[in-house]
Ligand binder design. Structure first.
Ligand code: FE2
Length: 403
């Protein structure tokens, strides 16, 4: 093992990405068939297939140096006996020798990050934490006055939004420009037929139940779409009303409880489809899916539960009694004191929540008692996760430079 390589010798431009890695030389490297087997002193191993190593060469062959992306056409892949030898250099890099006599240099810290699974989509994101109101009686709250210029506060805010499915800012200036300014700190906002940003106010001509004083039971927005928006932000600009408490429930916790105590209802909600469509004169979005959608392995949970746009059972008539019974059970559970937190929305408050996980709603608004004006937008999981990873990796890079 090359233990004399200093930890501060970082990767710079020697990896197929833009991140900084400390050297972590393997203790050994050997060729096993078409696999480069790397083994570190702590026992961790990485089996690197010959052609994967081939397509990750820095230099003129496969990785384009400016974009750090592959420029190699898969149609031109050689046979996998192209890899003839692997070794660890005196600098701690992994050296691959190829059939044409050329060699390539692969950064040990970059290879180690693959061995540690830190290349996977869930890397650099906090683990999801389920909650009931006993564990989380109010949204985790952060400084809205500072979030627009302080990366540490933005990262903490995003971490909580991913971990708990919701996080709140307080004292974000109650102006319409604040929502877009916050969006620009995170990523692209998602446009819909409601616009990039939209008002929620009881004094508007209603294009949605949200713009009436009616209570809104636990729901998720836009199940009419193939992929409903990942996150939603609601910013309170004015609130002089009584009533209109905001509500939130953790869909993960509700789903887990159903699965444990009411498996028949859980099964019905996971397997029986409903057709959702929006009753707009100028739009006809529609989609069919189950209320609880776990998706493919590794996909985020999607709950489809906006009942004003739940139009038709998409199932045989014989299944409809159990589908309705399961829906009633789910909605009562999500609206119960155990699962549903309730809190006042004050001017300057902004709540960011996972629109596919967290069931949001509000209690009825007293129309005669004042004005309640919110400003909202959607932003997909991709944007929230990307900004969280980038801020986390920048913080890690700073820590490495200081080490
Ligand atoms: Fe909503």
């Amino acid at each position: 093992m090359q233990q004399d390589v200093p930890l501060s010798r970082t990767s710079g431009d020697r990896t197929p990405d833009f991140y900084v890695y400390p050297d972590q030389p393997p203790a050994s490297a050997e060729l096993v068939g078409a696999v480069a087997r790397l083994r570190w002193a702590d026992g961790l191993e990485l089996d690197a297939y010959a052609l994967w190593l081939f397509e990750n060469q820095m230099g003129d062959v496969t990785i384009e140096e400016r974009s750090r992306e592959s420029k190699f056409d898969p149609a031109d892949f050689p046979a996998d006996d192209v890899l003839r030898n692997v070794a660890v250099s005196t600098d701690g890099d992994v050296i691959a020798e190829w059939a044409d006599g050329s060699t390539s240099v692969h950064h040990s810290g970059w290879l180690r990050h693959v061995a540690e699974q830190r290349h996977r989509p869930d890397a650099f994101l906090p683990e999801i934490e389920e909650w009931t109101t006993a564990e989380l009686p109010a949204p985790p709250t952060h400084n809205g006055a500072a979030v627009l210029h302080d990366d540490g506060i933005l990262l903490s805010f995003l971490h909580d939004a991913v971990r708990y499915g919701l996080a709140r800012l307080e004292n974000l200036p109650p102006e319409k420009t604040s929502l877009v300014a916050l969006g620009e700190r995170i990523g692209a906002l998602r446009d819909t037929n409601f616009g990039v940003t939209w008002p929620v106010s009881v004094d508007l001509k209603p294009t949605s139940t949200a713009n009436t004083p009616l209570p809104l039971p636990p729901h998720t927005d836009l199940p009419t779409r193939e992929t409903p928006p990942g996150f939603q932000m609601l910013h309170c600009l004015v609130n002089t009303t009584t009533g209109g408490l905001s509500t939130m429930a953790d869909g993960h916790a509700v789903v887990r409880r159903l699965e444990a105590e009411h498996p028949d209802d859980y099964e019905a909600l996971c397997t029986l489809n409903w057709i959702f469509f929006n009753r707009s004169p100028n739009h006809d979005h529609r989609w069919s899916g189950p209320l609880i959608d776990h998706g493919a392995p590794g996909m985020p949970l999607t709950i489809r539960a906006f009942h004003p746009v739940r139009g038709f059972p998409d199932m045989p008539i014989a299944d409809q009694p159990r589908a309705y019974a399961a829906l009633r059970r789910f909605s009562r559970l999500a609206g119960s004191d155990e699962f549903q937190m309730r809190y006042a929305f004050r001017p300057g408050d902004l709540v960011l929540f996972d629109n596919r996980r967290t069931l949001h709603g509000r209690t009825a608004i007293d129309e005669t008692g004042g004005v309640r004006e919110l400003h909202g937008t959607y932003i997909d999981h991709d944007e929230i996760y990307s900004r969280t990873r980038v801020l986390t990796r920048h913080r890690t890079a700073r820590e490495l430079r200081l080490a």
